[in-house]
Each structure stands twice: as structure tokens, then as C-alpha cells.
Design a protein around this ligand. Sequence first.
Ligand SMILES: [Zn+2]
Length: 337
Amino acid sequence: MRPADLLQSRPEGLYCPPGDFFIDPVRPVARALVTHAHSDHATSGHGAVLATRETLDIMAIRMGEGFAGSVQPLRYGERVAIGEVATTFHPAGHVLGSAQIEVERGGFRIVAAGDYKRTPDPTCAAFEPVRGDVFITEATFGLPVFRHPEPLAEAGRLLQSLTQFPERTHLIGVYALGKAQRLIALLRAAGHDGPIFVHGALRRLCDYYAERGVALGDLPDATIERGRSRDFAGQIVLGPPSAFASAWVRRFADPLIGFASGWMQVRARARQRGVELPLVISDHCDWTELTTTIDELDPTEVWVTHGREEALVRWCSLTGRPARPLHLVGYEDEAED
Ligand SMILES: [Zn+2]
């Protein structure tokens, strides 16, 4: 079988002809398999959606119960026949519920990893290495210059700043799905037991993570009553990036602006956002994680989706592995890193 007979690029996304389904389609289709609930991968209006219980729940929280005609939850490791193929979801280590999708027909296997990382993350199941003939990888940080630092040390830098500037409100930008909960878990692991205040836009997903057994501790609302902004002096307040463009920020006492993202290792991006405390915490692989994963899985062929495809494709070729970019459109670098 030619790999392209099993999965191929279409304008809607990756399409499987013998199963008649798409993986992470960016336009409405009859049947979608969704790797995770970030908004550039999980869209509304599909006839049927197959995903993990967590991904389906988060899609419903964000888009409303009617986001698809019908839904089917799949457990990690559960093998499901769709048309002439067998599919299995495996943990991707990216955010709660995130999955790699294995598609198999007649012993030929393609593994679409979706967004993934290898660094341990207490808020989701760890990436499971799955061998296949073709491995489809993202390349968000697919350049040798990208090296993510130790995430616990980044959380430690925030706590250090808090000690150094006890009068300032530490306002940290985090994406609502994954990054918020991971930063909270890292702060807890670094020994911060006190309250961590959260903006209303982060509330539902933090509650959902806690419901699914991810311990996050005390997370009071970051609501300011008139003239009480001093209450937040020396406290950590988390908000979505969008809130930082609004008047919300100016309500806090002498705010110190931080932002948690893999992109914070690019100084120009931190400056652009006016970030005083850039925290390099990424839910994607860095260059070393990408290349060691490909070495470990040793696929016959590598397909590269969104990100810096060229460098990773070239690295694969130099190490004797056929590789090609898929040029899928619609997946954004920074949509919800
Ligand atoms: Zn993602």
C-alpha cells in the first residue's frame, strides 16, 4: 500500500479515504477524529466527532453542547474499526485528553501525533511512543535554536521574582487550555501553597481539570472591588493573553507582567508584548525532543505538519530518512501554544 492511500492532505485537513474521515479538519466534515481541544484543531459543525472523553468535554465547555451532530468518546488504547481501517488513540502529553491517532490497514500503520511533547507534565497523560511505518510530526519549534529550559526552574523564577518584588502584583499571561493548569501545577511542585488568583476566562477549564483529578489547589477569582487593588500586591494573578490588551491590567497594584509560552525564548516576542518576566514553558517539543523522538520511533518515512517544516525535513533527509512537509493550512503557531 502507498502511504497516501491511507492518509492524504486535503484543504479540510488530513483525510483517510478507506475510513472516510478527517483528522483535525479545519472545516466542517461528515466525520472528524480530533487529537485535542485547542481551537485550531477542534472546530465545530462536524457531523460526527470521535475523540477522548476529555477532548469532547472541553469542546462542549468551549463551544456548547451542540458543537457536533454526534460524538463518540474513545479511551486511550481502544481499537475502533472505521470503514476499512482500525484506529487507536494514544496519549500525546500535550494537554488534558490530547491524543496521537494511529491508523492501520492490513498491517500498514501511520501515527499522526498531533501536538505533542516529551517533557513530563502532571496535568496530562505522558506521550506514549507508538511505532508505525509513517510518523506524522508537528514542527512548531522545529529549529535547532529552540531548546526549552527546565519548566520547574521557570516556575521557580516566578517565585523568586515574587520574593524580590513583594509589593508588585505578578500578572502572568497563560492560554486557558493547558498552559494555565500546567503553570499552576508547576508552581505547586515548586512549593507555592498560597492562593493563585485566576481571571474568569480561565475558571471553567481549571475547574474541569480539578474534576478530572488534576490537583491545582486554591484558585480564588481575580475580581477587584472598588479601591481594593492593594489586595493583590505580592500575589500571582493568571489571565488569558487577551485580557492584557484591556483595562483589566491597570486595575492591579504596580503590575509586573509575565507571560508563559515556548515563544518567550524569542526575546523580540517578549519585548513586543511588553513582557517583563518571560517564562519559557512550552507544550510542544523543542528541537532535541523532536529529533530524539524520530530516532526512537525509527519510522520508514516522516511527514511534517505545521511549524518550521523545512529544517526538520532536511534533518530527516540528512539522517537517511525520507521526509516531506504536508503543508496543511489552518494550524497556527501561537493560536494557543
Ligand atoms: Zn495544541
